[in-house]
Ligand binder design. Structure first.
Ligand code: F6R
Length: 246
């Protein structure tokens, strides 16, 4: 896994966006794997700016990593809504080419259908990933099998707590989600993980310097032939050798 450490969160996010821009420039009908969460917001801002500068997404196909079970696409906290608001509605992408798991239908069937649709487009050219404070990728929580595919999962209590900030105080935070599996993610040609802030520094250390183990799902990315981690100095602060490739 290649490590790139940037001075600021903004620079790290811009570097993640630049990876996507490069792929779309070289391959206008690229298949992109996308992520949501607070970390990704400036990445979509930068991609919208790239579109303003002339980059077209009209032939691109996208697959998001995950979606909460129980939330319809119109729910303000659904990942479909996040994607529409921050990215899809602001560029020239064809909505028919955007895929986010359906959280409001029978979850097991929705997950199986998602995996089958994705298999028709394999491999994803570049997959964006955030990092959970507990080392999760997508919603593959600690203990997720390396062989896992898109499926319905229970969220860890730390994930439910971390996500509470996005929901109204009186709202129930979803406890289950549909996520691409670890094996699904590992099929992508290139993986770009973005982690910023001190809040992620322990997970970053475990991902890079701990054992490759299902207990820290992100550590498994080190077995991918083309994975890079883009960090800011705060997220990299606990690494012994931030200048080294893991
Ligand atoms: C979301 C996802 C999650 C987040 C992770 C970090 O699609 O896949 O793995 O990337 O929970 O979330 P933030 O960026 O909000 O800290």
């Amino acid at each position: 896994m290649r490590l790139c450490v940037f001075e600021t969160e903004k620079e790290a996010a811009n570097a993640a966006a630049a990876e996507i821009v490069r792929v779309v420039r070289n391959k206008p009908d690229a298949v992109l794997g996308l992520a949501t969460g607070g970390t990704m917001e400036p990445v979509y801002e930068a991609l919208v700016a790239a579109h303003g500068d002339g980059l077209s997404f009209s032939r691109v196909t996208t697959f998001n990593l995950d979606e909460y079970v129980g939330l319809p696409p119109t729910h303000p906290q659904s990942y479909r809504h996040y994607m529409s608001k921050l990215f899809f509605s602001r560029v020239d992408i064809d909505p028919a080419n955007t895929h986010v798991p359906r959280g409001d239908t029978a979850p097991d069937r929705a997950a199986a259908e998602y995996e089958a649709t994705l298999a028709r487009f394999d491999p994803i050219d570049v997959q964006l990933l955030g990092l959970g404070g507990n080392g999760h990728i997508g919603f593959n929580e600690p203990g997720s099998p390396v062989t896992s595919r898109t499926r319905c999962v229970n969220l860890a209590s730390s994930t439910i707590e971390a996500n509470r900030r996005f929901f109204d105080a009186n709202e129930q935070v979803p406890e289950t989600a549909i996520t691409m599996g670890i094996a699904t993610i590992m099929r992508a040609r290139r993986l770009v993980l973005l982690a910023v802030g001190e809040r992620k520094s322990s997970a970053v250390k475990a991902m890079i310097e701990g054992p490759v183990d299902e207990a820290v799902p992100a550590s498994i990315l080190r077995d991918h032939p083309d994975a890079r981690a883009l960090l800011d100095t705060a997220a990299a602060a606990k690494l012994n050798h931030p200048e080294h490739t893991a």
